[in-house]
Design a protein around this ligand. Structure first.
Ligand code: FES
Length: 103
């Protein structure tokens, strides 16, 4: 894959292990999580209402919404709890020279 088809998100050092950050990109804001299972990137907003998931809690690959508590699996985007009922958009991630990219 050509690097020109990728969008740089941040450097791996920007996201400490077992933490997550919201990152503003030119076209959207994304959540980046550095988990024990790897690095995951998803849309930053909960699919239920207007809450930034990076303000919630990260446990393994699960992120818990700070507003009503729905959890999402960042590895798949699957919603795990009510009240959200729409999966989260997650992105294919590539790490090249310690930089995190999405397709
Ligand atoms: S805003 Fe996230 S569960 Fe309601």
């Amino acid at each position: 894959m050509s690097i020109s088809t990728l969008t740089k998100v941040c450097h791996t050092n920007d996201i400490p292990k077992n933490e997550m950050r919201c990152i503003a990109l030119a076209e959207k804001n994304v959540l980046v999580a550095n988990t024990s299972e790897g690095i995951f990137v998803a849309d930053e907003m909960c699919t239920h209402e207007d809450a930034r998931l990076c303000d919630g809690n990260l446990s393994g690959t699960y992120v818990k919404c700070p507003l009503h508590g729905s959890r999402f699996d960042l590895a798949t985007g699957k919603v795990l709890d009510d009240p959200a009922n729409t999966d989260l958009v997650v992105y294919d991630v590539s790490v090249i020279d310690d930089n995190i990219y999405i397709r």
